[in-house]
Design a protein around this ligand. Structure first.
Ligand code: DGY
Length: 322
């Protein structure tokens, strides 16, 4: 019997490819930072038994209609909003993702963004790089205290909890809003459940940690920004489209909030000429929440193993359930 054919949408290290090559024929898009064009992904989906993809590969219903051979789609990410999971399920294609393994690393980056935005770190770096440092000045580059401030977490899943836990280390007052209450989390980290309005109106820092779904599309919109304190800092390391970016731009420009730390955008890669990038209160990163060497390595290994499990017809460790 011939070996199954697997397509990798990005160049990956030999050790990861070797895991797959023990049982499969592997074809790999040779670029690490540029995704294959849609036409190539379509073609590969038509002939592959499995696809190893990531957050920037859109696999939609029309692509899956042609995917007669495809049995497994494994994404090297926890979020899978780029894959039409329902269409995959209708065609008996199994979808796998990498939850948990990246939670601590993503919480680290979330807190990094929070701190960098609060203390105006990017502006400070620019001052030195541009040789603009005159002298020590009493109110030069003054930011906002983090310790003892109120941290509002929207979405108290695993990453939300870990962000809150980091806030405890800074003596922050933690409030959260979630679809359901989390009594254990409340007890373990001393977080208080509040309704969305109270969270928006009273938090000094607001971190959104929900998955992107139809319900969370533009969850943070004009009305939400208008409820926030003028001194609030908004942080997003989940998915760009949870936020209405035009509303965010207006809120920052009109002083309705003070700053934003963003690792994700509605359209990635965001470009330097995007209006948000013209605002000094914005700290922007190129979707690197889970990007530590250790974590990305584990995610890639997990994804390769999910493909082997799926192709063997075994239980997949982290199969997306509808
Ligand atoms: C994810 O895993 O969903 C991140 O956004 C990419 O690391």
């Amino acid at each position: 019997m011939s070996k199954p054919y697997v397509f990798l949408t990005r160049k990956l290290p030999d050790d990861i490819v070797n895991i797959l090559e023990t049982e499969c024929v592997v074809s790999m898009w040779e670029k690490e930072e540029t995704p294959p064009p849609t036409s190539r992904l379509e073609e590969e989906c038509r002939k592959a038994d499995a696809v190893f993809c990531n957050v920037s590969d859109t696999i939609d219903a029309s692509m899956l209609e042609q995917a007669k051979q495809l049995k497994v789609i494994a994404t090297m990410a926890v979020g899978y909003n780029n894959i039409d999971v329902k269409a995959a399920r209708n065609r008996n294609i199994r979808v796998a993702h990498t939850p948990d393994v990246l939670s601590e690393t993503t919480a680290d980056l979330t807190f990094t963004l929070l701190m960098a935005t609060a203390r105006r770190i990017p502006e400070g770096i620019d001052v030195i790089r541009n040789n603009e440092w005159g002298a020590w000045a009493p109110f030069f580059l003054t930011g906002k205290d983090i310790h003892h401030a109120r941290l509002g977490v929207i979405g108290m899943g695993r990453i939300g909890e870990l962000v809150a836990k980091r806030g405890i280390g800074f003596d922050m007052d933690i409030v959260y809003h979630n679809r359901s209450r989390k009594p254990q989390t409340e007890k373990a980290i001393g977080a208080s459940y509040v309704d969305m309005d109270e969270l928006l109106k009273t938090s000094d820092y607001i971190c959104v940690q929900t998955p992107y779904t139809e319900e969370t599309h533009h969850l943070i919109n004009r009305q939400a920004f208008q409820k926030m304190k003028n001194s609030a800092i908004f942080i997003n390391t989940s998915r760009g489209a949870i936020v209405d970016e035009n509303a965010l731009y207006e809120a920052l420009k009109n002083g309705e909030i003070q700053g934003a730390g963003l690792d994700v955008f509605e359209n990635e890669p965001i470009r330097a000429d995007h209006p948000l990038m013209s605002l000094p209160g914005v700290t922007a990163l190129p979707h690197i929440g889970s990007a530590s060497k250790q974590t990305r390595w584990k995610m890639a290994e997990m994804t390769a193993n999910h493909i082997l499990q799926g192709l063997r017809g075994e239980k997949i460790d982290h199969e997306v359930q509808l």
